[in-house]
Design a protein around this ligand. Structure first.
Ligand code: GCB
Length: 693
């Protein structure tokens, strides 16, 4: 009988536990956190000793990171992968990621970080364990570290980025949460830090949703984890948070300065010095903790030919920061881009943040240097860093190596345009990117989006981001990569292709019939086989950007799409399109410079085809040939950044034997092998953007 009672008691407890488990997992994360905080462990120890009900959000960006005194927390971290959310605060399944010191042989603990698998930080989790390659969910990262606390100084825990939501706990205390990925953030952990050993735990969730930025559908690998450096930064109580320097709008001999301080009293001084130019100025902080002013100087202006940087030092409160900074002017005049008052063409290439010859995300200076060196070998003066903010090494090296930069936030394809929380993430990403890189002369363009469909809600959302960007930094150009070409445009292009098809000798009778049907539909507007066409970009967003940036895939996707719509084989349409591109021009209804932010074609390195089949090096080369011809004859086009320097990982492309989860539009493959189109583009750039004869 007693056995029966015990068994049914256990049975009921299990049912209750499971039921409670379901109940808890049905709660929102905030509710779970709240529940957790009201609980204590059986040994009386509070799981997390925070009284906060929601996680704190990080303060405004800390600038000048490289100039600060800091301790690296990079290295080996423990990882516990938690797809079921067992470690979720509030879970009753015994797997708490708790700060328990006395784990014995009798403790029911799943989350033993001492015995857990190790991974390297910085680094994404997906490329460090084959089991995690496609992983997009929750995991825990933990490390211990020794620290020394000093009275009168503050310690900031700084993350270069955490993809995509990170909740930070230090010594069992909830510190805060950042959502969004790709941008730096920090927390002041002075009060939670111990003199001696400390336990740091980061709960990372790399899921993306329809309301996140980006959404779950991206043509790049959504690498999760602590993908960039982690540091403890030591600052004095009264310190500089950030400082911005830029040439004044109306003079190359005046530099505007704005310094933001923390705990610096109104009336206190800041000193800015440029030793090499023997100039110095003193500014005063106002009640808002900001010091503004100007310094009279005549710096040599930064350019790709002369990437001149000056060591600038800024002193205020207890901070003394020193960084190399360059000064230059970037603006547009009609359809031209002017660098330091002179027209400049952007000879560019697009990139992703992946290293050459290694898996995963590029996070070190060496990774970035190798990428930029390969880009330089291509003869470029410009990089489009698509589609999200990269690590801080990129703009620093670009400053040094004389490369102009386009930096972007991951507002990509379809976004939840109507949700305030989504807009808040995009604004946070843009603000942190701008505030991190506003002293980098290399950065000339901020991009607020890529290929977003033209709707009223999208226009409102992107105008909000453009306004924010200009408010934070009015010394650079703002753009967005647009999807171009309206339905009527493509109908008129289809009619021209059809006219060529009907006149061609290499086309079957059946295909000619189809082409004739397209021409019959065009009726009165039916073109002749020699008609050219000008594609005009009219997207209403163009009114608000400084540059009309256009991604187009003539010769690649558009051939497939039009072939399908016209009911002809791609084998017929692809060669017709390549010929037609010689008579195609790109223009815009806005009297502004056009930048072709993407074009490209997929090719597997070493794959050859005498018949110019797709995925071959020959076909990629033929698309580049036709594109460069077309674009060099489109006078409004002031720059290019073809897609893309290197083959990159993407879940969209499973085609076995060719793509294998890589996007193959690279001019080099993942190991750095150059495809023939690399050399054509190099010759084009070295020949003043004209195709060599
Ligand atoms: C695009 C996107 C880029 C893709 C590329 C492609 O238009 O902007 O992110 O990777 O096309 O290869 O399809």
């Amino acid at each position: 009988m007693i056995r029966k009672i015990i068994l049914s008691f256990i049975g009921l407890s299990v049912i209750a536990a499971v039921g409670l488990g379901f109940y808890i997992s049905s709660l929102t994360r905030t509710e779970q956190a709240r529940l957790l905080l009201s609980w204590t462990m059986s040994d009386g120890e509070a799981l997390f000793q925070s009284s906060a009900e929601t996680y704190a959000t990080p303060p405004a960006l800390l600038g000048w990171l490289d100039a600060r005194q800091k301790q690296s927390l990079n290295g080996q971290w423990s990882i516990i992968v938690d797809p079921m959310g067992v470690g979720t605060p509030g879970s009753i399944f015994g797997g708490y990621p708790l700060d328990r010191q006395n784990i014995s042989g009798m403790s029911l603990v799943e989350y033993d970080f001492a015995t857990a698998q190790k991974i390297t930080v910085p680094g994404d989790v997906n490329s460090q364990d084959p089991r995690l390659f496609f992983y997009r969910d929750k995991f825990w990262l933990q490390r211990d570290f020794a620290a020394k606390t000093t009275p009168g100084r503050r310690t900031l825990l700084h993350f270069g980025a955490a993809n995509f939501t990170a909740t930070v706990f230090l010594n069992g205390q909830a510190i805060g949460r950042h959502e969004g990925g790709y941008v730096p953030f920090h927390f002041d952990v002075t009060d939670a830090l111990k003199n001696g050993n400390n336990r740091l735990l980061v709960w990372v969730d790399n899921r993306l949703t329809d309301a996140s930025i980006p959404t779950g559908r991206t043509d790049w690998w959504p690498y999760g984890g602590l993908t960039r450096d982690v540091h403890l930064v030591d600052v004095p109580e009264a310190h500089i948070v950030n400082a911005k320097l830029a040439l004044a709008a109306d003079s190359d001999q005046l530099i505007n300065i704005e310094i933001t301080g923390q705990n610096i009293a109104a009336g206190e001084q800041a000193i800015v010095q440029i030793d090499e130019l023997s100039v110095e100025t003193k500014l005063q902080f106002n009640k808002q903790g900001i010091a503004r002013g100007q310094i009279k100087a005549a710096p040599q202006l930064w350019s790709p030919e002369n990437p001149k940087l000056y060591a600038i030092s800024v002193r205020a409160g207890g901070s003394w920061l020193r960084e190399p900074i360059g000064f230059r002017r970037i603006e547009t005049r009609g359809q031209e881009i002017l660098l330091n008052g002179k027209a400049v063409k952007l000879k560019g290439i697009s990139t992703h943040e992946e290293p050459i010859g290694e898996a995963g995300v590029a996070h070190s200076e060496a990774h970035m240097r190798a990428l930029l060196q390969e880009a330089k070998a291509l003869g470029v003066n410009f990089i489009r860093a698509a589609h999200y903010p990269y690590n801080r090494h990129l703009p620093r090296l670009a400053d040094e190596m004389g490369l102009m930069l386009w930096e972007e936030i991951p507002v990509y394809w379809q976004i939840d345009w109507q949700t305030d929380a989504t807009l808040a993430i995009a604004r946070d990403q843009m603000a942190r990117l701008v505030q991190r890189d506003w002293n980098r002369a290399s950065v000339i363009i901020w991009s607020v989006a890529n290929e977003t469909p033209n709707t009223a809600e999208r226009l409102k959302f992107l105008r909000n981001l453009i306004d924010l960007t200009r408010k934070l930094d009015d010394t650079r150009l703002v753009s967005a990569a647009l999807l171009g070409g309206s339905r009527p445009d493509f109908a008129l292009i289809a009619a021209r292709l059809a006219a060529r098809g009907v006149a061609s000798e290499n086309v079957s009778e059946l295909a000619k019939e189809r082409f004739q049907a397209v021409l019959d539909q065009a009726g009165y507007f039916a073109p002749s086989a020699s008609d050219d066409y000008q594609m005009t970009i009219t997207d209403p967003l163009g009114k608000y950007t400084d540059i009309i940036a256009y991604n187009q895939y003539f010769g690649w996707y558009y051939s497939a799409l039009l072939a399908r719509q016209m009911g002809v084989d791609e084998a017929v349409l692809r060669p017709l399109m390549l010929d037609f591109m010689a008579d195609l021009r790109i223009a815009s209804s806005y009297d502004k410079p056009i930048h072709i932010s993407e074009f490209g074609a997929g090719a597997k390195f070493g794959r050859r085809s005498a018949d110019n089949h797709i995925w071959s090096e020959e076909y990629q080369l033929a698309v580049y040939q036709a594109q460069l011809d077309m674009l060099s004859k489109s006078p409004q086009v002031q720059g290019l950044s073809p897609w893309i320097l290197k083959d990159f990982r993407a879940m969209l492309w499973p085609l076995a034997g060719i793509q294998d989860y890589y996007n193959r539009k690279g001019l080099i493959d993942e190991n750095g092998n150059r495809k023939p189109a690399f050399y054509l583009l190099r010759d084009f750039y070295n020949n003043d953007m004209k195709l060599p004869d």
